[in-house]
Design a protein around this ligand. Structure first.
Ligand SMILES: NC(=O)c1ccc[n+]([C@@H]2O[C@H](COP(=O)([O-])OP(=O)(O)OC[C@H]3O[C@@H](n4cnc5c(N)ncnc54)[C@H](OP(=O)(O)O)[C@@H]3O)[C@@H](O)[C@H]2O)c1
Length: 274
């Protein structure tokens, strides 16, 4: 049984999963199948990533082969505004939809039995509070998926979510996807490397374990068999209290995923300092 985070629905979400943004068509299916054989049970997907069909086929293949049972898999997908038209400057032309109305539509999916739990992503505290105070709220968000790593430790937001019964998933845990010249490189951070060496682990393994020890789910993406294996080998060591404090001390509120084409959206979430 995989280590899990308890959801307010009563369900249990494996604390470790596979990210799939930019997972290449033609390769992602093989990566998913390999990951299942390694023990991955949580798969983070989105229509926006344009690879859900291949992931679905790979999961089906493994289910039919009896390699895994459906009830042991936790599959996440996302709805979003990413497919809305963009203007000439590449900015999303936002709709005026109130996210409370979107939430009501998502609640119907639960009531119809099409999904088991619904959550949010990139929501800040004010937005969550507005949702929790929605008159007639039927289903609380089970999870908030946010960027999180030692350069963006999100202590306030994680505390807010967890104390309101909302589990948290950390995306971009390795901070290694879209780096521009001058961006800080987490995998090269001397303190991360030092902690990794002490445990005979890699920097990626330390960055992943950092979340697990905060009871935060973590979904590193890789399509390379060796890295899929490396990233999963995080259940045989513990970071000390001091090491966790060192990692938290690296915070600089540095955000990689700024959603630049959405900055003009009325609900752009990263204006406040949380
Ligand atoms: N909700 C949202 O708005 C949102 C936003 C961003 C991401 N996400 C989700 O979160 C997942 C994870 O975030 P992410 O993909 O942006 O970033 P990430 O998982 O932090 O980093 C992925 C990058 O690191 C490389 N990598 C993987 N394992 C490694 C290792 N052990 N050593 C060195 N490099 C390694 C991968 O390359 P290879 O594949 O070549 O190994 C890839 O380039 C996404 O895939 C997606 O599912 C959600």
């Amino acid at each position: 049984m995989a280590a899990c985070v308890a959801l307010s629905t009563g369900a249990r979400m494996p604390i470790f999963g596979l990210g799939s943004w930019k997972a290449s068509p033609g390769k992602v299916g093989e990566a998913v199948k390999y990951a299942i054989d390694l023990g991955y049970r949580h798969f983070d997907c989105a229509r926006y990533y344009m690879n859900e069909a291949e992931i679905g086929d790979a999961l089906q293949e493994k289910l039919q082969a009896g390699a895994v049972k459906r009830e042991d898999l936790f599959i996440v997908s996302k709805a979003g505004e990413n497919f809305r038209p963009h203007d000439e400057k590449g900015m999303i032309i936002p709709s005026n939809t109130d996210f409370l109305d979107t939430w009501e539509a998502m609640e119907e999916l639960v009531d119809c039995g099409l999904v088991k739990a619904i959550g949010i992503s990139n929501f800040n505290c004010d937005q969550i509070e507005r949702l929790l105070k929605k008159p007639g709220l039927k289903h609380k968000p089970a999870n908030n998926q946010i960027e999180c790593h030692p350069y963006l430790t999100q202590e306030k937001l994680i505390h807010y979510c967890q104390s309101n019964g909302i589990s948290v998933t950390a995306y971009r845990p390795l901070g290694a996807h879209t780096l521009k010249p001058g961006d800080p490189v987490l995998l090269e951070d001397l303190k991360v490397k030092e902690i990794a060496a002490r445990h005979n682990k890699t920097p990626a393994q330390v960055l992943i374990k950092f979340h697990i020890q905060r009871n935060v789910a973590v979904i590193p993406k890789s399509e390379k068999p060796q890295r899929l294996e490396e990233n999963f080998k995080v259940f045989d060591f513990e970071l000390t209290k001091e090491e966790m404090a060192t990692l938290l001390g690296l915070n600089k509120n540095w955000r990689d995923c700024l959603l630049p084409d959405c900055v003009n959206h009325k609900d752009y979430p990263f204006k406040a300092d949380y």
